[in-house]
Design a protein around this ligand. Structure first.
Ligand SMILES: [Fe+2]
Length: 190
C-alpha cells in the first residue's frame, strides 16, 4: 500500500476560497428551518427568499482514523428574527476521542458549547483566537458581525457528527445568540 501523499491547501478569507476540496456543504434556510427558535420569523423569511446561511469546504483527506481533517466554514451575515445566522451544530459521536480546533480568519462570532449532561459554555471567536473544543462538547458557531465570518476547523478525520438533538421539540442548544440594540446577546433558549 502506498502512503497517502502530502497535501497543501490554499485558502483565503476574501473571497472565501479553499482548494483543493472534495466536498462542499451549502446550507440555505429551507434546509435548516428547525434550528432557529423563532418559527414565525423562519416562515416570514422564506416567504421572501431562501438565503444562504452557511458553506463548508472539506479537504480531500480520507475519513479514516489516523488522518486529521481540515475544513473551512463561512457563515454569512444576517438574522432570522433576532437570532443570528449560525451552523446547525453537532456532537461528535465518540464522546472521548474526537476534539476539534477552530481558527477564525475573518469576522466575529461566538462558539456555543454544551455537554450531554447540560453544561454550557460560550466563547468569542475572532482572528487571533484559537478555540479548542474538547471531546464530548456539542459545538455551534454563530456570526455576530455584519460581514462574512470565516474560520478553519481541524478534527480527527474519522469523527462522525450527531445532529439528532437539534430540531423542533428536541433538546437543542440551551443558549441562543440574538441581536439586541445592535449587539449580540446570549440568552436562554426561549
Ligand atoms: Fe465538529
Amino acid at each position: 500500500m502506498s502512503a497517502f501523499q502530502p497535501l497543501n491547501i490554499k485558502y483565503s478569507e476574501i473571497p472565501p476560497q479553499f482548494t483543493p476540496y472534495d466536498l462542499v456543504i451549502d446550507r440555505s434556510l429551507n434546509e435548516m428551518q428547525d434550528v432557529f427558535y423563532d418559527q414565525d420569523a423562519v416562515k416570514r423569511s422564506l416567504a421572501e427568499q431562501n438565503p444562504s446561511i452557511v458553506k463548508v469546504w472539506m479537504a480531500p483527506i480520507p475519513y479514516d482514523r489516523g488522518h486529521l481533517m481540515s475544513c473551512m466554514t463561512v457563515i454569512y451575515p444576517g438574522t432570522i428574527g433576532d437570532e443570528f445566522y449560525m451552523t446547525k451544530g453537532h456532537f461528535h459521536t465518540d464522546p472521548v476521542n474526537d476534539p476539534e480546533y477552530y481558527l477564525t480568519i475573518r469576522g466575529e462570532g461566538m462558539l456555543l458549547l454544551q455537554t450531554r449532561e447540560g453544561d454550557t459554555s460560550v466563547s468569542e471567536m475572532l482572528p487571533g483566537i484559537l478555540n479548542y473544543i474538547p471531546p464530548g462538547w456539542a459545538h455551534r458557531t454563530v456570526n455576530t458581525g455584519d460581514e462574512d465570518f470565516v474560520f478553519l476547523g481541524f478534527f480527527p478525520s474519522a469523527a462522525k457528527r450527531d445532529y439528532s438533538f437539534i430540531g423542533l421539540g428536541k433538546e437543542n442548544f440551551k443558549k441562543v445568540v440574538v441581536k439586541r440594540l445592535g449587539k449580540p446577546e446570549v440568552i436562554d433558549h426561549p
